[in-house]
Design a protein around this ligand. Structure first.
Ligand code: 5MM
Length: 358
C-alpha cells in the first residue's frame, strides 16, 4: 500500500466512499452549522430570541422537510445540533440518515485576529481536535468542516495565506485519521472594490498553498471535499459579472489548481442572493467537469425558508416547501438544468453584509 493509504489509516476506503456519497449527482450540502452567535443573528432577523428551543425548532423544520434527501446529500451541523433531538424527540442525526443525508460537523472554533498581520484573522481549533473528531464519529458524523477566511482588501499577507493553508491541512489530516471526510474551506471574502482578475489572482495563490500543505500532510485527496468561494468581483466593485463570467473564471481556477483525484467541489454562497448562487452553479455545469461541482450553501439555501417560517408553527409547511424549492433549484443547477422558473423577489435579494464577521 502507498504511504497515502497508510496515512489515512483504516478509514481510507470509508473516506473515499463517504466523499463519493456526498458528491453524488444532483445533490449538494445544506450548511446549517451556524454557531450560536450566528444563529442568534438569523433568529433576530425574524424577531426571535436566541434560545436553544428556537434553534431546535428551526433545525427540526430543516431536517424533516419531506424528501429533502433527493436534493441534499450532506448536512453540516453545529455541535449542539449533533447531540440534539427534534422537537418531537427523534435524534436529529437519525432523521438525517433516514432521509439519506450524511451528517457532518463544523469542527473549527472560529476566527480570531492574526497578530503580526494586516488586521487579518486565523482559525482556531486544532487543540484537542483528534479526540473531538473521534467523539463526533461515534455520534454519527461522517464528514467535517473547517472554515477559515482570506481578506483581499487587507492583503492578503503571505503570513495570513500560509496560516490559513497550514491550519486547513493539519485539520484535514486529523479528521481523516478519525474517519471524517474533511471539507476544506478557505473562504475568500467578497468584501472589497477589486475586480474579478484580482480575485482570480488571490484564489490561485491560496489554492496553490492549500494543496502544497495538504500534500505535505499526506492527506488522501480522494477522501476530501472542497468548499471554495466562486471567483467574482469584490462586492463593492463597480464591475458586475454575469453567471457565464463567474463560471469561466472559477472553472479556470479549478482546472489550474485542483487535482482530478478530488471528488467534489461544494461552493459556498458567500453573500450572493439565492438566485445568483443557483445561476452561477448552473453555468458551471453546462459541460462535464472532472469533479462533481455542487453547492454547500447556508444563506443561499436558507434565506427564504427562514423568512417564510418567521417563528410561527403554522408556517412550518410553507417554510419546508420553500426549502425544497430552493434545494431542487440547486439540484437542477448541479445537473446544469436550472431554468429560473418560479423564483420570488425574496430569492433575488442580495445577502452580502459588508465587514460581516460570523
Ligand atoms: C452557516 O454558517 C457557517 C458557520 O459560520 P459561523 O461559525 O461563523 O457561525 C459558515 O461556515 C457557512 O457554512 C459557510 O460560510 C457557507 O455559508 P454561505 O452562507 O456563505 O453559503
Amino acid at each position: 500500500p502507498s504511504a497515502l493509504i497508510i496515512r489515512a489509516g483504516s478509514y481510507a476506503d470509508e473516506l473515499v466512499k463517504t466523499a463519493k456519497t456526498v458528491a453524488s449527482p444532483g445533490r449538494g450540502i445544506l450548511a446549517m452549522d451556524e454557531s450560536n452567535a450566528t444563529a442568534g443573528k438569523r433568529l433576530a432577523s425574524i424577531g426571535l430570541e436566541n434560545t436553544e428551543a428556537n434553534r431546535q425548532a428551526y433545525r427540526t423544520l430543516l431536517v424533516s422537510a419531506p424528501g429533502l434527501g433527493n436534493y441534499i446529500s450532506g448536512a453540516i451541523l453545529f455541535e449542539e445540533t449533533l447531540y440534539q433531538s427534534t422537537v418531537d424527540g427523534k435524534k436529529i442525526v437519525d432523521v438525517l440518515v433516514e432521509q439519506n443525508i450524511v451528517p457532518g460537523i463544523k469542527v473549527d472554533k472560529g476566527l480570531v485576529p492574526l497578530v503580526g498581520s494586516n488586521d487579518e484573522s486565523w482559525c482556531q481549533g486544532l487543540d484537542g481536535l483528534a479526540s473531538r473528531t473521534a467523539a463526533y464519529y461515534q455520534q454519527g458524523a461522517r464528514f467535517a468542516k473547517w472554515r477559515t477566511v482570506v481578506s483581499i482588501p487587507n492583503g492578503p499577507s503571505a503570513l495570513a495565506v500560509k496560516e490559513a493553508a497550514w491550519g486547513l491541512a493539519r485539520y484535514a489530516a486529523i479528521s481523516q485519521d478519525n474517519g471524517l471526510v474533511p471539507i476544506v474551506e478557505p473562504e475568500i471574502l467578497l468584501d472589497g472594490e477589486h475586480n474579478i482578475e484580482r480575485t482570480f489572482e488571490v484564489a490561485q495563490k491560496v489554492w496553490a498553498e492549500v494543496f502544497f500543505y495538504l500534500a505535505e500532510n499526506n492527506v488522501l485527496f480522494e477522501g476530501i471535499l472542497l468548499k471554495p468561494s466562486m471567483v467574482t468581483p469584490g462586492a463593492e466593485s463597480k464591475e458586475r459579472a454575469t453567471p457565464q463570467q463567474v463560471a469561466d473564471y472559477t472553472l479556470k481556477l479549478l482546472h489550474r489548481r485542483i487535482p482530478s483525484a478530488v471528488p467534489g467541489i461544494m461552493f459556498l454562497s458567500g453573500g450572493q442572493s439565492e438566485v445568483e448562487a443557483t445561476q452561477n452553479l448552473n453555468a458551471m455545469n453546462q459541460s462535464p467537469n472532472p469533479w462533481h461541482v455542487s453547492f454547500s450553501y447556508a444563506r443561499a439555501l436558507q434565506n427564504t425558508t427562514l423568512k417564510t417560517w418567521g417563528g410561527r408553527p403554522e408556517n412550518v409547511k410553507a417554510a419546508q416547501d420553500a426549502l425544497l424549492f430552493r434545494a431542487k433549484a440547486n439540484s437542477l443547477a448541479q445537473l446544469g438544468k436550472y431554468t429560473g422558473e418560479g423564483e420570488s423577489d425574496e430569492a433575488n435579494k442580495e445577502l452580502f453584509v459588508k465587514g460581516y464577521s460570523y
